[in-house]
Design a protein around this ligand. Structure first.
Ligand code: NAD
Length: 355
């Protein structure tokens, strides 16, 4: 994909190279209409440069929508470091990357993503002020999955209320696919609310954790066994593409709310979901608790303030589901409309000159 030829709509795309440390990175800023672009750095061994560029362009666009809908005064950006995080990551490489982030002078704030961790952000922070997701010891927001899970739970309560008239999940059966960083916290919220939980994960230690911590959780062999079991709610908390032409027709759940990014395999899936009577809460809306958590670090991290903001995902989800009904559009389209409206309406205010 070419930035100009494909007219992706991005404001700025920066290629960064430091031969000594082996750094090859791309920082993409989709929009700064609402503020500096915030989004994580993905460290990944892409097969080709085209694949890496495609990913960073898509991801940065997604962050603009996510941040806008989360009510943050932040635009959308994202970065990729092209390489194998296990083999290629070094202090010098991360610090070289930090210097490129600094060179953008606050147009882009970075954070953790696939292949980068809180400790890496601490290293990057030696070279730039424009970094979030640092460790708590260093004044950072720490593990963002805490508020990601909290936000998903709030989105699920809103969807339950929309569907069944009450936000409580007590007595509902929720299927959780993926007991990773987010899935584990989500299971806790669900159990505390009185839900029955069915779960699956191919990673044995994750299953051992759930058996030891919540013996009442029913563990099933795989995702197919999970989604065909009698469920009220399905929570995809593993990889993208969970809702596709194979899974949606066999889904027993009538509500889908989960943490995974890019759950819809292709745009046609939205119609399939609604034809099958499944209520889907858009992924980037309900999983924005993590970015809300790290964004708070810019002001000096305050967990309670960030949690209060993540709790509002409940209200936004209700608003979006209602808008989808009134306008006879999918919740995904309603979420996009609201995000675009905020970017346009509030972004426009910057045309009022402040002398
Ligand atoms: N961590 C965050 O703050 C955050 C924020 C927004 C979105 N997300 C998204 O939420 C999802 C989960 O994130 P995480 O941080 O918990 O990741 P993670 O890597 O800690 O956990 C993912 C879990 O899914 C399991 N898994 C892999 N394939 C599976 C399958 N087919 N069926 C069931 N389980 C499977 C893995 O074994 C792992 O335990 C990802 O899509 C991520 O992009 C995470």
């Amino acid at each position: 994909m070419g930035v100009f030829t494909a007219d992706t709509g991005h404001e700025q795309v920066v290629f960064c190279q430091d031969k000594q440390s082996g750094l090859k990175a791309v920082i993409a800023i989709y929009s700064t209409a609402l503020g500096p672009g915030l989004g994580g750095t993905r460290f990944y061994p892409y097969a080709t440069e085209e694949e890496a560029l495609h990913d960073v362009l898509e991801l940065s666009r997604g962050m603009a929508y996510k941040n806008a809908l989360a009510g943050l005064d932040l635009g959308g950006g994202k970065a990729i470091i092209w390489g194998d995080p296990v083999r290629d990551k070094s202090e010098a490489l991360l610090r070289a990357y930090g210097r490129f982030v600094e060179s953008l002078n606050g147009r882009y704030y970075t954070a953790c993503d696939v292949g980068t961790y809180v400790q890496d952000m601490d290293v990057i922070a030696k070279e730039t002020r424009f970094v979030t997701g640092r460790s708590v010891e260093n004044g950072g927001a720490g593990d963002s999955s805490i508020l990601t899970a909290w936000g998903v739970f709030q989105g699920m309560r809103a969807a339950a209320e929309h569907r069944w008239g009450t936000p409580s999940l007590a007595g509902r059966t929720v299927g959780v696919a993926g007991l990773g960083k987010v899935g584990k916290y989500l299971v806790r919220h669900l159990i505390e609310d009185g839900a029955s939980v069915v779960a699956t994960d191919p990673y044995e230690p994750a299953l051992e954790w759930v058996r030891a911590t919540y013996p009442q959780v029913e563990v099933v062999a795989d995702t197919l066994a999970l989604i065909t079991a009698p469920l009220d709610v399905y929570a995809p908390c593993a990889l993208g593409g969970a809702l596709n032409d194979d899974t949606v027709p066999v889904l027993t759940a009538k509500v889908v709310v989960g943490a995974a990014n890019n759950q819809l395999a292709h745009p046609g899936i939205e119609k399939l979901l609604s034809d099958n009577g499944v209520l889907y809460a858009p992924d980037y809306l309900v999983n924005s608790g993590g970015v809300i958590q790290v964004a708070d670090e810019i002001q000096g991290f305050n967990f309670e303030r960030a949690k209060a903001r993540a709790t509002r995902i409940y209200d936004t989800t209700k608003q979006i589901l209602a808008l989808a009904d009134t306008e006879s559009i999918s919740p995904a389209a309603a979420a996009d409309h609201l995000a675009e409206r905020r970017m346009a309406d509030c972004g426009r205010l910057r045309t009022i000159l402040l002398p």
